[in-house]
Design a binder for this molecule. Structure first.
Ligand code: E4P
Length: 240
C-alpha cells in the first residue's frame, strides 16, 4: 500500500512529504497548467524530482508513436526517477513496448477506464497502469469493479505491472481503491489533508490535554524533566 501525491505544486509536495507517508508523485499536462505560467518545464520537473526522490510520472503530449518515444526519451534522460506517462491507445501501447524493452525507460499507462485496457497495458510490458476512479464514475460505471477485476487478474497471472489509482475526488475513493486491490493511490493535496482530520479525534485530544493541564495547574502531578528543544536535539544526535 503506497500513497503518491497528484500535483506539481512544490509547496504542497514539500508539506505532504514531511508527513512521511508519501512515496511518489504523478503529474499530467492539466496538473502542470495549474502552476503559475512562464516556468521552465524541465526545471519544474527537476524541482519535483529533487523533493520526492522517488518515482515521479511525467506525461507525453505527442500523439503518434515516433513523437511519443522521442518525447519520452528526452524526459527520461533528465533523471532516473522519471516515469513516463503514456496515454492508453494503440500508439501508446506500441510506445510502451519500445520504451520498456529497447530503451530501459519505465512507463505508466494512463487514462485507463476498463479492465480490458488494463490487460493490454500489462501485456505491453508497462511498469505501472493508472486507472481513473473519478472519471469512471462520471460515465456511470463502478470504478471499484474495474480495480477489483484488474487487481485479481494481475495477481492470478503474476503480472509485474503495479496498479495505480488516480482521479480521486473524495477520501472514501482512497479507501475503496485500496480495498479493491490498488498497489498505489495518487491523491490531490486537499484530499490528503482531509484524510488527517476527524472532529472526534480533535475533540478527544482537546479533552485529554485539558485534563492534563488542569492536573499540572493544581499541582497534582510532578514532571521530573522539562522538555526543551535543545535536549530533544541532543538525544536525536546521540541516537545517530
Ligand atoms: C493520475 O495520474 C492523474 O494525474 C489524475 O489523477 C487525473 O485525474 P482527474 O480526473 O482529476 O483529471
Amino acid at each position: 500500500m503506497e500513497l503518491y501525491i497528484d500535483t506539481a505544486n512544490a509547496q504542497d509536495i514539500k508539506e505532504a512529504l514531511s508527513w512521511g507517508c508519501i512515496s511518489g508523485a504523478t503529474t499530467n499536462p492539466k496538473i502542470m497548467s495549474n502552476e503559475k505560467g512562464g516556468y521552465s518545464f524541465k526545471e519544474k520537473i527537476l524541482e519535483i524530482i529533487e523533493l520526492v526522490k522517488n518515482p515521479v510520472s511525467v506525461e507525453v503530449t505527442e500523439e503518434d508513436l515516433h513523437g511519443m518515444v522521442e518525447e519520452a526519451k528526452i524526459y527520461a534522460s533528465w533523471n532516473e526517477n522519471i516515469v513516463i506517462k503514456i496515454p492508453m491507445g494503440i500508439e501508446g501501447l506500441k510506445a510502451v513496448r519500445q520504451l520498456e524493452k529497447n530503451e530501459g525507460v519505465k512507463t505508466n499507462v494512463t487514462a485507463i477506464m476498463s479492465s480490458s485496457q488494463a490487460i493490454l497495458a500489462a501485456l505491453s510490458g508497462t511498469s505501472y497502469a493508472s486507472i481513473f476512479y473519478g472519471r469512471i464514475s462520471d460515465m456511470g460505471y463502478d470504478p471499484v469493479e474495474v480495480i477489483r477485476e484488474t487487481s485479481a487478474l494481475y495477481k492470478e497471472q503474476n503480472i509485474h505491472t503495479r496498479l495505480i489509482v488516480g482521479s480521486i475526488r473524495t477520501i472514501l475513493d482512497v479507501n475503496k481503491a485500496f480495498l479493491a486491490g490498488a498497489d498505489i493511490v495518487t491523491v490531490p493535496f486537499p484530499i490528503l489533508k482531509k484524510m488527517t482530520q476527524n472532529p472526534k479525534t480533535e475533540e478527544t485530544i482537546k479533552e485529554f490535554n485539558s485534563i492534563w493541564r488542569e492536573m499540572k495547574e493544581k499541582g497534582l502531578i510532578k514532571l521530573e524533566e522539562k522538555i526543551s528543544p535543545r535536549k530533544l536535539t541532543i538525544t536525536r544526535a546521540l541516537k545517530v
